[in-house]
Design a protein. Structure first.
Length: 128
């Protein structure tokens, strides 16, 4: 979020470290079985790929049109097959189908992350 003066509002937007950590922490609180795909400190800021065992990610995304979520990479979004990258990381086909990617921008706020986690939990039938 940017103030009218063009100055970043420190308390409202997430810095790089928060964009890497906060969404995963919020989701992990709601979904203890959730796993991160990729190393936390060596990933693209604002891009979080997770696996939620037992969930069909594609079906879940249909209930979440307002969130920046995808089941595959941006360059392979039309493919229905399991992600080649996740497969190369050792994920099973079942785990790949239970995985999705969050996109967070520089203007994403902690409140928006909280709302996204709540929306995801509601769509998955979990109470936070």
């Amino acid at each position: 979020m940017v103030a009218r003066t063009g100055t970043r509002v420190k308390n409202l937007t997430l810095d790089r470290a928060q964009r890497d950590k906060l969404p995963y922490d919020r989701l992990r609180a709601a979904f203890p079985a959730l796993t991160r795909n990729g190393a936390a400190g060596n990933s693209l800021p604002g891009c979080l790929n997770v696996t939620l065992p037992g969930v069909d990610a594609a079906d879940l995304l249909l209930d979440l049109p307002d969130l920046a979520l995808a089941t595959g990479s941006a360059c392979d979004s039309r493919a229905a097959r399991p992600s080649p990258v996740l497969r190369a990381m050792g994920r099973s086909a079942e785990e790949c189908h239970a995985s999705f990617r969050f996109g967070l921008g520089r203007g994403t706020t902690a409140g928006e992350v909280d709302s996204a986690a709540e929306m995801l939990a509601t769509a998955a039938g979990v109470t936070i």
